[in-house]
Design a binder for this molecule. Structure first.
Ligand code: GLN
Length: 240
């Protein structure tokens, strides 16, 4: 098994990587190793050659300035990312990149940062910043626990399912209870923290999709998640 490799593409680690988002990459890497795979992490920053043979894509959040910096390059690789998503490649994008996987992010200065439109979502900056601990719930993943900090409020197209329903916190916007969005095997979310160490079910979802795509089937082994469970319990008790 050791020679079986899963390649993770880490999008824009130099500019889109805040509130511990790198932990998502590390969690997938470590869990892949626990399942007996080799994890190959490729950092992709603007101007880099877009690699072939990617099994999982992960990207984090960033300030508006970071989003501006990477936007041109992102639009350039957008068709490749869309092709991968259409092929069923699992992806996780958080906050700033979640917004730019949508149609656009309109900033507080009325500047439109165009996204790649991989997801049918739109984001508008609002005066109120949505900050704090957040808990949402999804049938597939149970309670999803994290931390949010964004001024952009995201609105989902009619056909777009949310990732979870908010139990504590704001989520996509202040007018509804949705958080995040899904398209094929792509997950977008506002949850930092980072998300995956405290929500290993989502990490395993990405791994299962990637391994099945590449090797036909995924045999899940039991992993001792006692530390993740402890972290979840503690985090769930924190005030907003
Ligand atoms: N700049 C975006 C916003 O404030 C994204 C922030 C983030 O990635 N945390 O909405």
């Amino acid at each position: 098994m050791k020679n079986k490799t899963i390649t993770i593409l880490h999008l824009y680690p130099n500019d889109m990587n805040i509130y511990g988002d790198y932990g998502n990459v590390l969690t997938v890497k470590r869990r892949l190793e626990w399942y007996g795979f080799k994890a190959n992490i490729i950092d992709y920053n603007q101007g880099d050659k877009f690699p072939d043979d990617i099994d999982i894509v992960i990207g984090g959040g960033g300030q508006d300035s970071g989003q501006n910096k990477i936007q041109k390059d992102l639009l350039m690789i957008g068709p490749k990312l869309k092709q991968l998503a259409d092929n069923g490649v699992p992806m996780l994008v958080i906050c700033g990149l979640y917004q730019l996987f949508g149609k656009f992010f309109k900033t507080a200065d009325d500047q439109i940062i165009e996204g790649i439109g991989l997801m049918d979502i739109e984001t508008l900056a609002k005066p109120e910043r949505l900050i704090g601990n957040i808990i949402t719930h999804s049938e597939e993943f149970g309670d999803i626990i994290g931390y949010e900090n964004h001024s952009g409020q995201t609105f989902l197209g009619h056909q777009v399912p949310a990732l979870g329903r908010v139990r504590l916190g704001a989520g996509n916007n202040t007018t509804g209870i949705s958080e995040g969005a899904r398209f094929k095997n792509v997950i977008g979310s506002y949850l930092h923290g980072s998300l995956l160490p405290k929500n290993p079910k989502i990490a395993d979802y990405l791994i299962e999709k990637a391994v099945t795509n590449k090797y036909g089937k995924f045999i899940k082994k039991d992993i001792d998640d006692k530390y993740a469970e402890l972290a979840r319990k503690h985090a769930a008790k924190r005030p907003r």
